[in-house]
Design a protein around this ligand. Structure first.
Ligand SMILES: Nc1nc2c(ncn2[C@@H]2O[C@H](COP(=O)(O)OP(=O)(O)OP(=O)(O)O)[C@@H](O)[C@H]2O)c(=O)[nH]1
Ligand SMILES: [Mg+2]
Length: 295
């Protein structure tokens, strides 16, 4: 019996904000790594998730949502992260929402390098009737020369096996790049900041000022216990009260939720201290952005 060759490669998930790229990454990994929320522009920096099976290693890159409406240094950094993720990948997967394919999806397609296998992943199929999905898939197929079109529901776990099977066929035959037990290229410091940012998105909802960031000021580990000091950075003095809440109640809920997620991912106890600081106009300050990790 012929032995199946091992395949390994990088896959970039790109798409408009809020189509479910990060949810899809987590679903494929079977583990929460990337932060998600119902608000657009949740992901601000790309990160890689590594899925290793007996016959393949999928290095899946989650990217910020692509948009052309907003400008400013932070948005430029986000669009730059997408371009960066498109360099040296083996497969590009454009993620769209079922029954939505618009100008921004087309603009993003223009950035995809030629000669790289191109997938169209149609997410959120749980929100449509199968009868209306078929005509959409047919029409979407005419938008570009897609090598594969795969309908999925990331949140319901539908179509994921099919997606992995199709991706594998397009990965080069080569040994694994990452060790089999690697989950991501990002360190715990980055992930801690992201988990805290997710709770801001989730617990503040519409009141969350766009110019809210997170900076890890201290990250120490001693005998399995992580001590993390984090600052929530807001753009204006007035935003501070929104995050802290009356008597500090909001901030406490945010910190507790973030800590529990960190403990699950890191597999150990976390002591988390969070405060809020004002740095006016940081989303437009290139130096401040670099300090906060927006490369
Ligand atoms: N109904 C349904 N909702 C989904 C599905 N996948 C993701 N969502 C929801 O869509 C919203 C956005 O999901 P994210 O994964 O944060 O989207 P994203 O594309 O990473 O967004 P950005 O990081 O802002 O670009 C969340 O509320 C998810 O729960 C799905 O298959 N079905
Ligand atoms: Mg995301």
């Amino acid at each position: 019996m012929a032995v199946e060759p091992f395949r390994c490669g990088a896959i970039a998930l790109i798409g408009r904000p809020n189509v479910g790229k990060s949810t899809l990454l987590n679903a494929l990994l079977g583990q929460k790594l990337s932060i998600t929320s119902h608000k657009p522009q949740t992901t601000r920096q790309s990160l890689r998730g590594v899925l290793t099976t007996g016959t393949a290693q999928f290095v899946i890159i989650d990217t910020p949502g692509f948009q052309t409406r907003y400008r400013g240094a932070l948005n430029r950094a986000m669009n730059r992260a997408i371009r960066g993720a498109l360099e040296a990948v083996d497969v590009v997967a454009l993620v769209v929402e079922a029954k939505r394919f618009g100008a921004e999806d087309r603009a993003l397609l223009k950035q995809v390098p030629r000669g790289v296998p191109l997938f169209l992943v149609v997410n959120k199929i749980d929100t449509t009737e199968p009868a209306s999905l078929l005509p959409f898939l047919k029409k979407a197929a005419s938008e570009a020369q897609f090598d594969e079109i795969v309908p999925v529901s990331a949140s319901r776990g539908k179509g994921l096996e099919e997606l992995l099977g199709a991706l594998k066929r397009h990965l080069p035959e080569q040994p694994a790049i990452h060790s089999g037990d690697d989950l991501t290229d990002r360190n715990e410091r980055f992930l801690a900041a992201e988990f805290l940012r997710e709770k801001l998105f989730r617990l503040l909802g519409e009141e969350l000022p766009y110019s809210t960031g997170v900076e890890i000021e201290k990250f120490e580990e001693e005998r399995g216990m992580r001590r993390i000091h984090a600052a929530i950075v807001v753009g204006r003095e007035g935003h501070k009260a929104i995050i802290i809440g009356s008597g500090g109640s909001k901030l406490k809920r945010i910190a507790t939720a973030a800590r529990l997620d960190m403990e699950t991912l890191f597999g150990g106890k976390v002591y988390l201290e969070v405060w809020v600081k004002v740095r006016s106009g940081w989303t437009d300050d290139e130096a401040a952005l670099r300090r906060m990790g927006y490369g």
